[in-house]
Design a protein around this ligand. Structure first.
Ligand SMILES: [Zn+2]
Length: 271
């Protein structure tokens, strides 16, 4: 792990200077004995920059600290997760389907949307679902300073606690993006950072069949499945495809013998 306060942007800034220095030295013909040292420094700098960025955006990247994208287990359990809501009428429709099928899920809610639709949050809690923190305004935390990150996270946790009575223990940073500072601030708040192992790009509305097929094909034991009942803070896009897909995903996974648990449950160590 890196120094706790490092930002991805600072790492990339330092690497850019190293790359430029390497290229300049190569251009000037310095250190060009048996190998072109300057050029190699520049190439390694670019590779390192790509790697540091990938670790911040790939759901399974653990370089900046512990994140959970799936769980290794021999049990046929999976966790459905829904991001960006609550967002009527879709969140309510998804809650209806989950209830009909007796399936618990985890909702990573946007604080601003939760404030608008507290009754949907209450319903999630009452019907046995877990509610996690997905920031207040769905901001890319890589671009936010320390104070803004604190506000985004703390305000949302307080809203969730006020409505449901429970302080969230899970967080999913918007887009899953994190760097050392983001990870450190989540750890200080005892928030477990949850990513995902199955994504169907349902947020692009690629068609119900596509969402269902992608999800069923990628799901394994211990999978954390990413879906969207909301649409950031804009709340413009339809989530009708996701609603229709959820019904078929539950049916398909049940037929394959899977049972559904919340993220909190799936993360518990096996007895
Ligand atoms: Zn989101």
């Amino acid at each position: 792990m890196l120094d706790l306060n490092v930002r991805l942007i600072s790492i990339l800034g330092v690497l850019t200077v190293i790359v430029l220095a390497g290229l300049t030295l190569d251009y000037l013909g310095k250190f060009r004995q048996r190998i072109r040292l300057g050029l190699w420094v520049a190439i390694l700098g670019i590779a390192a920059g790509s790697l540091f960025t990938l670790m911040a955006v790939l759901p399974e990247g653990k370089f900046y600290g512990p994140v959970f994208s799936e769980v290794k287990t021999s049990k046929k359990v999976v966790a459905l997760t829904f991001d960006d809501g609550p967002y009527p009428p879709y969140t309510g429709e998804i809650l209806d389907i989950l209830k009909e099928n007796n399936v618990p899920a985890t909702f990573f809610v946007v604080g601003r949307n939760a404030e608008k639709y507290p009754e949907l949050l209450r319903r999630m809690a009452e019907e046995g679902h877990q509610v996690g923190n997905h920031s207040y305004s769905h901001m890319d935390l890589l671009k936010a300073d320390r104070n803004t990150i604190a506000q985004e996270v703390d305000r949302t946790s307080a809203i969730i606690r006020n409505i449901t009575g429970n302080l969230p223990v899970l967080v999913r940073p918007p887009h899953g993006f994190r760097d050392p500072l983001v990870m450190e601030m989540m750890a200080q708040r005892n928030l477990c950072v949850v990513e995902w192992s199955v994504a169907s790009r349902d947020w692009t509305n690629p068609g119900v069949q596509q969402i269902v097929e992608q999800t069923l094909a990628k799901t394994k034991n211990g999978a954390i499945i990413l879906l969207h009942d909301g649409d950031g803070i804009e709340q413009k896009a339809s989530r009708q495809q996701t609603v229709a897909a959820v019904r078929l995903i539950i049916k398909g996974l049940k037929e394959k013998g899977y049972t559904f648990v919340t993220v909190g449950e799936i993360l518990k160590p096996e007895e």
